[in-house]
Design a protein. Sequence first.
Length: 303
Amino acid sequence: MTASGKGQDRRRIAFLGTGLMGAPMARRLIGAGFAVTVWNRDPGKAAPLATDGAVCAETPRDAVSGADVVITMLTNAEAVEDVLFERGAADAIASGATVIDMSSIAPHFARDHAARLAERGIHHVDAPVSGGVVGAEAGTLAIMAGGDKDVIDGLQDIFAPMGRATRVGPSGAGQLAKLANQQIVAVTIGAVAEAMMLIEAGGGSPAAFRDAIRGGFAESRILELHGKRMVERQFAPGGSSSNQLKDLNAAMETAKALSLTLPLTAAVHGEFGAFVANGNGEKDHSGLLLHLEEKNGRSGGKQ
C-alpha cells in the first residue's frame, strides 16, 4: 500500500513529550487525521490536546500500547533513555513498530537506542527538527532523518504534516545534522547580535539596519526572526538558551571525538555557557544579545 493509502492513514501514533515543540507537532498530526495518543511528564501540558481529539495516557507504557509509530520529543538523551527504557515504554512497543526520536540528542545516543530497539524488533529513526515553535505550528519544520531508507520513505505521510523530512544518512546522521544546524544557528545569532551592537554604538538604528540588509547576502531566517526579536527586545523562549547550550555541548563533544577544531563554534559555545550560567537559560537564544551588551557595558535599550 502507498504512503498515502487508507491503511497508512489509520496508523496509530503515540506522541511522548508535548512541550513547546511537541504540542503543536502533535496537533498537526491530529489535524491530518491520525489517531494520536499523547503523554507528557507534566500531564497539564498534554491535557489541552484532548480538545483537539488526542487521547491522553497516564504513562508512557499506556501511550505506546497498540501504537504503530511512537514519536518522542523530549528534553535530552537522559529523558529519552528514561521514558523508553527506564519507564518500560520499549517493552510495551509492538515488534515491527517504529520509534521516531525527534528530540535533539548526541549521535552516539541515537545509535545506541537504535541498536537496543532493534533487539526487540522495533525500527528506529532519529529525526530532530529545526524551525522552532513557529515552524512546529505551521508544519514547516526541517526534519533531518537518520536510519534505514525504506523505513524513512514509509514514514513520509507522518512527517508531512510536521514539515519536510530529508534522510541524511544512517542511524545517528539525523542528530549529527541537527548539531551542524545548531552550530550555524548559534554562530549566526552571535553575528547578528554583534552587528546590532555595532550599529547602535555608532549611532545607527538597529531596526533600520535590519530592514536595509534584508534580501542581501546577509539575509537569513535568523536575521528575519531573531533579528526582529533583538530589535523589539522580546526574549520569551521560542528556542531556549539552555537547549541551545545543550546542543552546542554535544557539538563540541562530537567534534572532539572526530579530532576537529571548530573555533567559531567554540567561541559562541563559551558565550552561551556564560549567559546560561548567569541565570538566562529560559530566555530565547536570541537573548545572547543581552549577554554581549553586558560584556560591553551597554544596556541596549529596554530589557
